[in-house]
Design a protein around this ligand. Structure first.
Ligand code: NI
Length: 143
């Protein structure tokens, strides 16, 4: 048996608590995988594998840093720009949206060693005045 990319599939049986299985079925239905349990489990395992890879400092990662801040806060825009210039090798692009008269949304695409990506995100999101932010990472080696 093969998947849509031609990779060999192995069938195995899983024992699971009934309530956990009910949750899995709900998850599979929501994921738009047609309620397919196998596909839902594969997605969850891939997520766990990406998380594990992120814990290693040398994994090549790509990610987005999303942050919201008030550009009136003392030279915050300049400070965030300076941090990005320090890491021009890892920062692929940045999109800035003026949300309203005060607030800005910035989405930054980063690529590099997981340790570097994490440290850039920590610096940006830890800058005083950044109201909310999140780093989302993935890898091209998940499949
Ligand atoms: Ni703005």
């Amino acid at each position: 048996m093969k998947d849509h990319t031609g990779k060999e599939l192995t069938r195995f049986s899983v024992s699971m608590e009934t309530d956990l299985l009910a949750w899995l079925d709900g998850y599979a239905a929501k994921r738009g995988s047609g309620g397919n349990r196998s596909e839902a489990i594969r997605d969850l395992v891939r997520d766990a594998r990406v998380d594990e890879a992120m814990e290693s400092d040398d994994t090549e990662m790509v990610g987005t840093i999303t942050m919201v801040f008030d550009h009136h806060a003392n030279d915050l825009s300049d400070r965030l720009d300076a941090i990005q210039h320090d890491h021009f090798d890892e920062i692929v692009s940045a999109t800035h949206v003026h949300l309203d008269a005060h607030n800005c949304l910035e989405v930054i695409i980063v690529r590099g060693r997981s340790a570097d990506v994490r440290s850039i995100a920590d610096r940006l999101l830890g800058t005083k005045g950044v109201q909310h932010g999140r780093l989302v990472t993935t890898t091209v080696h998940a499949h």
